[in-house]
Write a protein that binds this ligand. Structure first.
Ligand SMILES: C[S@@+](CC[C@H](N)C(=O)[O-])C[C@H]1O[C@@H](n2cnc3c(N)ncnc32)[C@H](O)[C@@H]1O
Length: 304
């Protein structure tokens, strides 16, 4: 098993079905996006995804079992997946992962909303709505609620206008379970030499911030271009990654050494970014109250 140490990060060039190099009960958080099924060639004969759907799920189950073995008490596992269509059929990968999961308890479902997701031609042909999100399935070890939970907060939107302002948490409002992160556009990926299926740094950062503290251990069993470890390095976590294709190592190294700054969480928050009319300072209730007043006035005018 080849191992490469880069800063605080350790990369194993090996299938994550075998994590014998990692100490039992030592990992606090797993964040990953597994290989696609039957869609992309990652350039290794032993890669997961290049088989029947059942074998694909079985091999991933082995990886989740290995994660469980090396997970500390109170560890969290986050799996980013996208359901898809294949030959006219809906393939509910997220549901199938959840229904086959052993030991890990399914705990939460966070939606990664992708405002700039490109329209899918096959969805158009099959009369389907365009897909604008991916799932992030959150599991906890053995149902242990001892996991860390540092809620990501943003400033209160209506702190000034709301009559109940004093009741609001001065630390800010919690970001909800739909997080908004634009996807990289394909030309960008090519220009920057990124991995074809890289997920955005912000996605990894959101979960690392929520479920770990500095110095904790974060593991990605399907490292790809190294996004999770790049963020782990910047956030001072000890990262471990497994990647089957050795050719990705120079890219992983380059990315771990790249500078990156934590995002302004407001940009991930759906309420801050998507639902307000610019310049509208009034809280919703007040708007309704005004409308009701107007309506009452109209009714009075009609009565006259
Ligand atoms: C969807 S990509 C991960 C992308 C990653 N999140 C990033 O930001 O670049 C899945 C990765 O899993 C790797 N892979 C496939 N089978 C594997 C296995 N058995 N063990 C470890 N890695 C594997 C593929 O080579 C591919 O790089």
């Amino acid at each position: 098993m080849k191992i490469k140490k880069i800063g605080q990060q350790t990369v194993y060039i090996n299938s994550s079905e075998d994590m014998s190099g990692v100490k039992e009960s030592s990992v606090n958080l797993f964040v990953t996006s597994p290989p696609y099924w039957n869609l992309k060639d990652y350039g290794n004969a032993n890669q997961i995804g290049d088989s029947s759907y059942d074998e694909y799920l079985d091999r991933m189950s082995k990886v989740w079992a290995e994660c469980y073995r090396v997970a500390a008490d109170g560890a969290v596992l986050v799996i980013n997946v996208n359901d898809r269509r294949n030959k006219g059929k809906f393939i509910p990968i997220s549901f199938d992962i959840v229904s086959r999961m052993k030991d890990w308890e399914f705990w939460d479902h966070v939606i990664w909303y992708i405002p700039n997701a490109l329209p899918q031609p096959n969805h158009y042909i099959e009369r389907l709505l365009d897909n604008k999100y991916e799932s992030c399935l959150v599991f906890i070890k053995g149902g242990s609620k001892a996991y860390k939970f540092n809620k990501v907060r943003v400033p209160q939107k209506y702190a000034v206008a709301d009559p109940r302002a004093e009741k609001k948490n001065p630390k800010g409002r919690c970001v909800g379970n739909i997080i908004r992160i634009p996807a990289y556009r394909p030309p960008n990926i090519k220009e920057m030499g990124y991995h074809v299926a890289a997920y955005p740094e912000e996605l990894a950062a959101f979960f690392i911030e929520t479920y770990t503290d500095e110095g904790d251990v974060v593991l990605d069993p399907f490292l790809g271009s190294g996004t999770t470890l790049k963020v782990s390095q910047c956030m001072k976590r000890n990262g471990i990654g497994f990647e089957i294709n050795e050719d990705f190592v120079p890219l992983i190294e380059k990315r771990i050494n790249e500078y990156w700054e934590l995002p302004d969480w407001k940009s991930l928050d759906i309420l801050h970014s998507a639902t307000m009319t610019t310049g509208n300072k009034a809280p919703r209730k007040a708007q309704f109250a005004d409308k009701k007043k107007d309506k009452d006035q109209v009714n009075m005018d009609l009565d006259d």
